[in-house]
Structures are given as C-alpha cells and as structure tokens.
Ligand binder design. Structure first.
Ligand code: F6R
Length: 257
C-alpha cells in the first residue's frame, strides 16, 4: 500500500521576514498561555538559521516587555566531549544568543550535557526525554536543515522512531562546523541529539532554510520519499509543520551562501 503524506506548507520569505513571523508566533503563544496561567515549552536549534529569531525575541523582550517567565526551553542537541562552558558548546551559544537576552533562568533552559562520561550516556539521554515529557512535551520546535538532510543531529541513517541518543556526526556536518572550531580535526566526533521521534512529537514545527546552498536539500526534503536517507523527509507526516525559506533555498536563485 502506498501512503501519501501531506506536503509541507511552504512560505517564501526573506530571513528577516521569517524571523519576525516565527518570533511573533512564539510571542503570541507565550502571551496566550500566560493569560491562561499556563507555561510554554519551546524546542530550540543552534547554528546560523535561528539567529534572526533569537535577535527578534531579544528585541521583543527589551522593547515590548515580552516576559518569558512561563517558558521552558529544550535544545535539540549538543556536541559531546567539550568541557562545560566551552566557547563552541551550544550551551554557550544559547546563553550568548538568547537566554541572557530574554532573561530565561538557567533552571528553565535544558541542553544535553557536553561532558557526560560514556558510562552515563544512556541514562543522560533517557533523563532528557523524561524532562521533556514531564514538561508536557514541546509546543513549538524551531528547526534548521543540514545540507545532508539532518534535523537536530539526526544524520542520514537515523530512524523515524529514534529518540534522544548519542550520535556520530557525519563527515559533511563536521566539515560545515570546521570554521567554528578552527579545523575539522577539532570538531567533536559525537553529539547528543533529540531523535526524529522526539522532534515529531512537538505540536508545531517551524523549519527554516535560507540560501542557495540549501536548495538541493530543501528540494529533497519536499519531494523524496520519506526515509532515513534524508531524515528531514520524515517531517512530511507531521500535522503542523511549516517551512520558511527564501527564493534561493526554494528555487536555487542567487549564488550559494
Ligand atoms: C543545530 C542543529 C542543526 C542545524 C543545521 C543547520 O542545533 O540541530 O540541525 O540546524 O545543521 O545549520 P545552519 O543553521 O548553521 O545552516
């Protein structure tokens, strides 16, 4: 039997428009939940793609007094093998790019640890899943897209049912991170990542992709049969996913960036 999955709704817009739209959606969710005396659980990404959203959320906090006190955040992933506080760790990225700017207290910011001993890997990952479940699950997940189709660090080969676990980073992922670490040998070989199933359990997913360098993988994500060859294709089965992408990523217009 052939199962036809619904397409992913696509919104063509500039990175700035996407950042403002997604930040506005988050702000509306935060305010509506606060009015109802409830919390919001956000799933967050690192990398270049969400930077505009984080800048806009910081602006909303500063200039429009958007209060994040009722927000709990869970990051998708973290490099493994970096000492706590390492400048290239995602914990540091999040503190510098978002958490400090919106006044989110550390106890409401969850990121897998970058320095867990191998004997504790499994327990740490299980605990991360438990924390997400105890928080009520993720209301809105922000996602970027790796050139090889990874979401979080679910590299090709990751199953639809995968959960938070230790993953080996794929060679293209390490090459893409080489600039950050000085050279590819310094990029960690492993990470802890939410699984595909963890991501798909989020009630809303907002996927963003910009620049011609993402055109090929955006096309594959939208059209290839869902399979672990391109983990992002699994998003096609999600009931509330949207893709925000510019003309370069959607149609290959302009030069790779
Ligand atoms: C980051 C993450 C990755 C990135 C992806 C795109 O937490 O999970 O999946 O979203 O590698 O990276 P950028 O945004 O730098 O192109």
């Amino acid at each position: 039997m052939t199962v036809t999955l619904p397409p992913i709704p696509q919104l063509e817009c500039s990175p700035l428009e996407a950042a403002r739209t997604v930040a506005r959606e988050i702000a509306e969710l935060v305010r509506a939940r606060r009015a109802a005396g409830r919390g919001v659980v956000l799933g967050l990404a690192t990398g270049r793609t969400p930077l505009g959203i984080y800048a806009e959320l910081g602006r909303l906090h500063r200039e429009e007094r958007l209060d994040f006190a009722n927000v709990t955040a869970f990051n998708l992933d973290e490099y493994l093998g970096l000492r706590a506080g390492h400048p290239r760790s995602y914990r540091r990225y999040m503190r510098e790019r978002l958490f400090d700017a919106i006044g989110l207290p550390p106890e409401q910011c969850h990121i897998p640890s970058s320095d867990v001993a191998p004997s504790q890997w499994e327990a740490h990952c299980r605990e991360y899943e438990r924390l997400i479940a105890d928080a009520g699950g993720i209301d809105l997940q922000i996602l970027g897209l790796g050139r090889n189709g990874h979401i979080g660090f679910n590299e090709p080969g990751s199953g639809r049912d995968s959960r938070t676990r230790v993953v080996e980073l794929a060679p293209p992922t390490r090459v893409d991170a080489a600039g950050e670490f000085g050279s590819v040998e310094h990029v960690p070989e492993r990470a802890i990542s939410m699984g595909v199933a963890t991501i798909l359990a989020a009630r809303r997913i907002r996927l963003l992709a910009f620049g011609a360098a993402k055109h090929e993988i955006v096309t594959r994500t939208l059209t290839a049969p869902p399979s672990s060859d391109t983990p992002a294709t699994f998003l096609r089965g999600h009931p509330d996913v949207r893709l925000y992408a510019d003309a370069a990523a959607l149609r290959g217009e302009g030069s790779p960036s």
